[in-house]
Write a protein that binds this ligand. Sequence first.
Ligand code: F6R
Ligand code: MG
Ligand code: MG
Length: 394
Amino acid sequence: MSAEERKVTISVIKADIGSLAGHHKVHPDTMAAASRVLAEAKRKGLIIDYFVTHVGDDLQLIMTHRKGVDSPDIHGLAWDAFKKAAEVAKELGLYAAGQDLLSDAFSGNVRGLGPGVAEMEIVERKSEPIVIFMADKTEPGAFNFPMFRIFADPFNTAGLVIDPRMHDGFKFEVLDVMEGKYVVLNTPEEMYDLLALIGTPGRYVVKRVFRKSDNEIAAVVSVERLNLIAGRYVGKDDPVAIVRAQSGFPALGEILEPFSFPHLVAGWMRGSHWGPLMPVGLKDAKCTRFDGPPRIVGLGFNITKGRLIGPTDLFDDPAFDEARRTAQLIADYMRRHGPFMPHRLGPEEMEYTTLPQVLERLKDRFKEAKDYEKYIKPKIKHSEMLSGAEEMHD
Ligand code: F6R
Ligand code: MG
Ligand code: MG
């Protein structure tokens, strides 16, 4: 088969179309409704294969096809599947039915309408192992930390040091979600610049990773930020990612390794708290405690002539028991801060807040502070403080 014939696109498109007993878990009947739409599309030859699943309250459509990324046909298909699932959700009276379908008018691309999308077009290798990660109660930047560790940290990925095919390193495409600009940074040379950006995961988000030696795509993350799209609170963005494994890419075990440390991510209750990202198997892919803690599922597949062989439920494994236990301990520790930062997110990152109303109500009760001008008022603005720090190191 020629390279052109071996081209296949993997599309993971997800949406919260309503869930059972709160923002907790997708109902099986809504998954069945979406599956029927995809089965019909497979029968007609629009897609090669599909797998419908869920993590927490997010319905996940995993599809393979030959239409390339951003295909109106495939996005239209996903939209139909979500619509049908949302109809069932409404009929069952599920909670927040239709939540992520922000517009009634589909115009060729689900981006900007609510669903999250991760897609990559590849030329299928002799054997093409991939991992699909799906998280609930967090945001796309939650993948910054594991993506860095997988593709740039030799203490995580032995292959960066000892596999000649990976030794040149990887390139990271980082999106500034506030400005709509992106930058591509090479590792290991620009590792510190990369970290300077992606250490702020609410703004700078790793979108794609490429192998430097031949520009092959290695990973892609959904970067939709629902709250930015909608201009008001509609839930966190619950990201998905696709990562290619083995044979010149990180090994399966190198891809899973970062999740043995449940790092803190933004999201959790009301999209407004820091909490640990707990790796779980599908049977535990539901959000309970304080609407969480944020969870992540990893499914392994082989793509074979476009077919999805699998999945294997990668975190459903005693090897991740200790990570789950650590996550619970961290969850306890963070919860004890109650409404205080740093458990609660900073005001600029919270999904919603009553602060303006509180300030309005109290505005006549605020009195001038004694000696404010003299002793208390900051002498310089926050932005000036930052450039001051720069000068300090000149
Ligand atoms: C977070 C999330 C939930 C809800 C919370 C309140 O992404 O989905 O934590 O924010 O359950 O939901 P409402 O306001 O719908 O009662
Ligand atoms: Mg929900
Ligand atoms: Mg969700």
